[in-house]
Design a protein around this ligand. Structure first.
Ligand SMILES: Cc1cc2nc3c(=O)[nH]c(=O)nc-3n(C[C@H](O)[C@H](O)[C@H](O)COP(=O)(O)OP(=O)(O)OC[C@H]3O[C@@H](n4cnc5c(N)ncnc54)[C@H](O)[C@@H]3O)c2cc1C
Length: 442
């Protein structure tokens, strides 16, 4: 390839980065797609992986495989750690800790958000978030291990604490997780234990607002509340989780009042998001402003003010209240690619216009919500629409086929076929593998 071709570096192979790279796949540019993980992750189905319905293979696809047909796209594994805008160079850390530089003419920052604990980072050791495959596998381990531990304990408060699951955050992810845990308890595990009755599992869902799923119409929120309650999820609204430790959560009413303590050996955190560390670095290096969560302010064309060669797309965009949803990231990726193509032929860039194609949330088997403009669906109709949309957007034909097959099998039987989980002991064993060379370990 000639050195004169424009070099586009895309950081992040999530929805935004993937769509941008695909659209540039046949353009007269050399594209490097960099991600710190090797696969594109379909985050909307993470909770199904966490609760044993789907495997990690169903919801992720190797970026290298995804881009194999695009000869002008190079896929690299590594974490962007430093940006030198003067030299137009990004420093990348390999998985073994060593670093290398990548130069660019155009930079597309699509690195997304991570879980936020609102400054209480110590909560993370007790309460995994829900953003990565590691998170999903950690939740799966804690969920199924909790029932196993409870089975070995005599009746009493300790056993009850192992059978209590606290979920912080009543957005789509918290609602989906809470509903799924009750389904695991009442269907999947219902007849598998002798000492405990899994149906006794309590699922507590905490949220600071006055209703769950605030981004949905009140009528759909009400439907979700009804379904969750009938599943046995206990809703605690208007409260903030103000402390988390190995034994449970402390909850404080939003307007002040009596602080409550709930014993729960499994706590899951879905309450907030913040920009990934590299985004803070980008904002500082480019002198760009960012909001409280680290979203970067951009021009109407999604470029950083004063840096037309740097685009920010997806969840990281801080403009016009653009939502943190997959559709915004995909459209942003296509838009950045269109601007890059326009620059190549000397056409003016167009401003970014987000088209809201609606939102959906899964509550339980046969129950989901869908909101598209004036259309509101709940129950079975919402569930069917939810399934069709997710299958249409899921990456890779084989992932689509196997996901549908797994869903049908799960519907036909109560089983979840991807419940396998690892315990700490197994992880300690794997400690014998290292990235270091022998001379570095001595
Ligand atoms: C559990 C969950 C459920 C969701 N459900 C829905 C839903 O039902 N509908 C919906 O529309 N949206 C949903 N979303 C939101 C949606 O997934 C996001 O809006 C979307 O993924 C944002 O795309 P993005 O490209 O901005 O970032 P992401 O998809 O998060 O991708 C960012 C990528 O950047 C990589 N990265 C980060 N830092 C670096 C670095 N320094 N160097 C290299 N690579 C880096 C990451 O590994 C990742 O692959 C959900 C999100 C979650 C977490």
């Amino acid at each position: 390839m000639s050195d004169e071709r424009t070099k586009v570096l895309i950081i992040g192979g999530g929805f935004g980065g993937l769509f941008c790279a695909r659209r540039l796949g046949r353009a007269d540019v050399d594209v490097t797609l960099l991600d710190k993980s090797a696969g594109h992750l379909f985050q909307p189905l993470l909770y199904q992986c966490a609760t044993g319905m789907l495997s990690i293979g169903h919801i992720s696809r190797p970026l290298r495989e995804e881009m194999a047909r695009h000869r002008n796209v190079t896929v690299l594994l590594g974490e962007a750690v430093d940006l030198d805008p003067g030299a137009r160079r990004v420093t990348v850390r390999r998985p073994d800790g060593s670093t290398f530089p990548i130069g660019y003419d155009v930079l597309v920052v699509a690195a997304g958000m991570q879980q936020s604990y609102f400054g209480n980072e110590h909560f993370a050791q007790w309460a995994p978030g829900m953003k990565t495959l590691d998170d999903a596998l950690c939740i799966r381990q804690r969920l199924f291990a909790a029932f196993e531990i409870a089975e070995t304990l005599p009746p009493g408060p300790d056993r009850d604490a192992w059978l209590t699951f606290a979920v912080s955050g009543g957005g789509p992810t918290g609602v989906e997780l809470a509903g799924q845990i009750r389904e695991v308890a009442t269907r999947t595990l219902a007849h598998e234990f002798h000492s405990i009755d899994p149906e006794d599992a309590r699922v507590l869902l905490f949220d600071g607002g006055d209703r769950v799923l605030k981004s949905f119409a009140p009528s759909l929120s009400a439907k979700a509340t009804e379904t969750l309650t009938s599943l046995g999820v206990q809703l605690h609204l208007g409260v903030h989780v103000t402390d988390v430790d190995g034994d449970g959560v402390t909850v404080t009413p939003k307007g002040g009042g009596t602080v409550q303590r709930y014993r729960a050996r499994t706590v899951l955190w879905t309450a907030g998001v913040e920009a990934v560390p590299f985004a803070h670095h980008v904002a500082a290096a480019l002198g760009a402003s960012a909001d409280r969560c680290g979203r970067i302010a951009v021009e109407p064309d999604l470029s950083v003010p004063g840096h037309p060669e740097v685009f920010v797309i997806g969840d990281l965009v801080g403009r016009d209240g653009l939502p943190g949803v997959a559709e915004n990231a995909m459209q942003g990726g296509l838009h950045a690619a269109a601007c890059i193509r326009a620059d190549l032929i000397g056409r003016p860039r167009r401003p970014y216009r987000y088209r809201d194609l609606g939102s959906a949330a899964y509550i339980s088997r046969g129950n989901a919500l869908l909101q598209v403009g004036p259309i509101r669906l709940a129950g079975l109709a919402g569930w069917l629409a939810w399934g069709l949309i997710h299958i249409a957007v899921l990456t890779g034909v084989s992932n689509r086929v196997s996901t549908v097959a797994t869903w049908l099998a799960t519907i036909a039987r109560a089983s979840r076929y991807h419940r396998a989980f690892m315990l700490e002991g197994d992880r300690a064993q794997s400690g014998r593998f290292t990235w270091s060379r022998p001379d570095e370990t001595s």
